[in-house]
Ligand binder design. Structure first.
Ligand code: AMP
Length: 219
């Protein structure tokens, strides 16, 4: 199964990708995670990406496409993948089509995750990540006590939660603006290819997973 999860920041792409990884045993390919890892390591690529990420803008297409080309030729993606946060504009979508044609692995589906704007901001404000295992928790749905009592699989200690630096109010506003201007046009792009499925992604995580699985059934 080769799919793209499309949606605004905070629409639950990361959370639902992690669930699909568990259900289907195919890897999640998140350009945001790959970029954050490069920034943390201080690689030249990370240094080049950091300024745009901090400001909530898109990182240069060539950097992101280079990372994707490398990742999609790793052996673990041969049996399928979930693209999370990529493509983010029409140029990236065109380049992805060309790459997948080249390796003979076309997309099976693109799922657009619909969430109301007010809800997106609320979710992002509550989002926390464990600095040891990378698990993403939300204080809205998992109250702090519960989140902190769960043990981290890496350390065996409670998760050490931090807020992503680009989850602050000003950067979130810019990320949502960038989504509207550059990413939303992908909905029509994939609809025209007959690949688009749209699901309501508000409410309970479990219910959203069920809608997602229903959209993917039969692929
Ligand atoms: P995310 O974790 O998907 O919200 O991404 C965090 C940040 O990484 C974004 O605000 C962008 O600055 C950058 N980023 C992630 N994916 C892409 C992409 N496909 N193209 C350009 N920039 C990206």
């Amino acid at each position: 199964m080769r799919i793209v999860l499309l949606g605004a920041p905070g629409s639950g792409k990361g959370t639902q990708s992690q669930r699909l990884v568990e259900q289907h045993g195919i890897p999640q390919v998140s350009t945001g995670d790959l970029l954050r890892a490069a920034v943390a390591k201080g690689t030249p690529l990370g240094l080049a990406a950091k300024e745009a990420m901090t400001a909530g803008r898109l990182v240069d297409d060539q950097i992101v496409l280079g990372m994707i080309r490398e990742r999609l030729t790793d052996s673990d993606t041969a049996g399928g993948f979930i693209l999370d946060g990529f493509p983010r504009n029409l140029a990236q979508a065109g380049a992805l089509d060309a790459l997948l044609r080249q390796i003979g692995q076309p997309l099976d589906a693109v799922v657009q995750m619909n969430v109301d704007y007010g809800e997106l901001s609320r979710r992002i404000a509550g989002r926390r990540t464990c600095s040891d295992c990378g698990k993403v928790l939300n204080l809205l749905t998992a109250p702090r006590q519960l989140a902190e009592s769960e043990l981290c699989p890496k350390t065996g200690q409670p998760h050490r939660l931090f807020q992503r630096p680009d989850d602050n109010e000003a950067t979130v506003a810019e990320r949502l603006r960038v989504y509207e201007a550059q990413t939303r046009p992908l909905i029509d792009y994939y609809r025209a290819q007959g690949l688009l499925h749209t699901i309501e992604a508000e409410g309970d995580v479990e219910a959203v997973s069920e809608r997602l699985e229903a959209a993917l059934r039969g692929l």
